[in-house]
Design a protein around this ligand. Structure first.
Ligand code: APR
Ligand code: PHB
Length: 391
């Protein structure tokens, strides 16, 4: 098989890239380890910056998002038992975010790809190998149903997430990895109950962090910070709701509706960046190159900006016969990545209970939060990062 861009991974990065390239008349094939249902079963964040919303529109898949997504104009910060609102449009000159689950984003992109008849090879397991990306004719090989296949291409896009084969195929000496693992996890619960509040609540409490998020007006997504030693089996739904309630203010606690969990899982928190994001004719995008802790919901949005830069670079290469975009891809993407890494790290530090920081740690966080909600400059810094820094 021959194509222009071989894409590894059918998560949001790979699917968005495939769609943008197709719109520009650039042929692409996606190879994915799992089945479509497996990919759709992974529950992840659901807050889109305007840049991600625009990209969905550019891909021609924005209709359902505009119909069913919820435009949010602020978030609430809960600390010392009281809630304080951060007003996005007021602080950022009119900007907002869109609450629309990553599962739905993936669903819409998969449907569009299928409708256009674009080639996607699912369920190849761990058989993918990358060849010759340091030369001029890279190849991707995989095995499907016992048969070996080879894709000849001009470029390989590694959109295969943190555990993917693309980053792992780069010689160790050519890549630098920066990593921080946080000493706690997020226990998340998804349920068909109305959200406690119409905006997201981020809570700093002496018992640890909590987040009240949502997927729609009838589906809630809640999280509580837990020790990494906790097992999801040890948390009944009732125990979860009891603990979440203890971390909320009395009004929110009163409004908390309980319902059976549709999904419940514990996710570790990590900051990670791999530099550079280009190796000859191999380009990394999304979680393959970087991970943020979920506080601030930047993961999917960073994937979107990488893909925007990368698709523009390929379009420039094929249509304008210029390699400038390709040559600048890594530096451009990383400049935005590091700013989102910094924001996610800062927001995580501010909102969580750290095992070793003690009472003074809690007091210092509360002082910073007090300052944050009283100072227009500090609130603006939070708001402009939350709605997304410019491309
Ligand atoms: N071969 C083929 N496909 C692979 C391989 C492999 N060896 N390894 C991983 N994959 C696939 C995974 O099965 C997954 O479907 O690559 C895809 C990567 O998708 P994501 O992990 O969702 O990463 P990405 O598309 O970059 O999306 C970033 O996802 O993890 C969240 O917070 C993150 O919201 C952000 C978004
Ligand atoms: C979510 O809805 O899953 C979510 C929202 C905001 C975050 C993290 C996760 O900061």
């Amino acid at each position: 098989m021959r194509t222009q861009v071989a894409i590894i991974g059918a998560g949001p990065s790979g699917l968005l890239l495939g769609q943008l390239l197709h719109k520009a008349g650039i042929a692409n094939v996606i190879v994915e380890r799992q089945s479509p249902d497996y990919v759709l079963g992974r529950i992840r964040a659901g807050v889109l910056e305007q840049i991600a919303v625009d990209l969905m529109d550019e891909c021609g898949v924005g209709a359902r998002m505009h119909r069913e997504g919820l435009v949010h104009e602020g978030i609430e910060l809960l600390f010392k038992g009281k809630r304080h609102r951060i007003d996005f449009p007021g602080l950022t000159g009119g900007k907002t975010v869109m609450v629309y689950g990553q599962t739905e984003v993936t669903h819409d992109l998969m449907d569009a790809r299928k409708a256009e008849g674009l080639p996607t090879v699912y369920e190849v397991g761990d058989t993918v190998t990358l060849h010759g990306f340091d030369g001029t004719s890279p190849k991707v090989r995989y095995r499907k149903d016992g048969v070996e296949h080879e894709i000849e291409c001009d470029f390989i896009a590694g959109c295969d997430g943190y555990h993917g084969v693309s980053r792992a195929s780069v010689p160790k000496g050519a890549i630098t990895e920066y990593e921080k693992v946080y000493p706690f996890g997020w226990l998340g619960l998804l349920a068909d109950v109305p959200p406690v509040f119409h905006e997201l609540i981020y809570a700093n409490t002496e018992r640890g962090f909590a987040l009240c998020s949502m997927r729609s007006k009838t589906r809630s997504r809640y999280y509580v910070q837990v020790p990494l030693t906790d097992k999801v089996e040890d948390w009944s739904d009732d125990a979860f709701y009891d603990e979440l309630g203890r971390r909320l203010d009395p009004e929110a606690r009163e409004r908390l509706v309980r319902g059976p969990s549709l999904e419940k899982s514990i996710a570790p928190l990590r900051s990670f960046v791999a530099e550079p994001m280009r190796f000859g004719r191999l380009f990394l995008a999304g979680d393959a190159a970087h991970i943020v802790p979920p506080t601030g919901a930047k993961g999917l949005n960073l994937a979107a900006s990488d893909v925007k830069y990368l698709s523009s670079a390929f379009v420039e290469h094929y249509k304008e016969k210029s390699n400038a975009g390709i040559d600048h891809y890594s530096a451009r993407a990383l400049a935005r990545v590091w700013k989102a890494e910094r924001f996610s790290w800062w927001f995580t530090q501010l909102m969580h209970r750290f095992p070793d920081s003690g009472e003074i740690g809690q007091k210092l966080q509360e002082a910073e939060l007090d300052y944050l909600v009283q100072s227009k400059a500090a609130s603006t810094a939070l708001a402009e990062n939350y709605v997304g820094l410019p491309l």
